[in-house]
Design a protein around this ligand. Structure first.
Ligand code: MG
Length: 169
């Protein structure tokens, strides 16, 4: 740990991005919540783009790589994996270095589903994985106004920002 980090409380910010393609006939899992839908998000894991973007944001804030390094596609153990579990493991990894997550802010860019009705359930699931108050997790839905691959409903994208804190001991 650099000397300046030891001298005071340290706050760091990280950003994460993820996108997944919609596929008919598979479950839609988003923010740890299974949402009734005729199409889900295709992925090596359960395709939860919100959980993946937050995982990258907290790993990025701690300078600890990304979700692909922690959970490689090449590992069969990661197939169909629960992304909330991966988020929890990433949080434990940075917690081992003294970091706790302070807050998370997410924007989901998609034409469907509507995010608002699921926001509270998502914050609860994500808060449990991150060991923080659900009130410290913000999730916002945004349409792409019908433009491009998101507008045409091919898939969705998520951007997550997170701050992490290391308290003076
Ligand atoms: Mg992903």
């Amino acid at each position: 740990m650099p000397p300046e980090d030891r001298a005071k409380n340290v706050i760091r910010a990280g950003i994460g991005y993820d996108s997944h393609r919609f596929e008919k006939g598979i479950p839609l899992v988003l923010g740890g919540v299974t949402i009734a839908s005729d199409a889900g998000l295709k992925g090596h894991s359960d395709g939860d783009a919100i959980a993946h973007a937050i995982t990258d944001a907290i790993l990025g804030a701690a300078g600890r790589g990304d979700i692909g390094e922690l959970f490689p596609d090449s590992d069969p153990a990661n197939r169909g994996r629960n992304s909330i579990q991966m988020l929890k493991l990433a949080r434990e990894r940075i917690a081992a270095e003294g970091w706790r997550v302070s807050n998370v802010d997410v924007t989901v860019i998609t034409e469907r589903p509507k995010i608002g009705p699921h926001r509270n359930a998502m914050s609860l699931a994500l808060g449990a994985a991150l060991s923080i108050d659900p009130a410290a997790i913000s999730i916002k839905g945004k349409s792409n106004e019908g433009m491009g691959w998101i507008g045409h409903g091919e898939g969705l994208a998520c951007i997550a920002a997170a701050t992490i804190v290391r308290d003076t001991t």
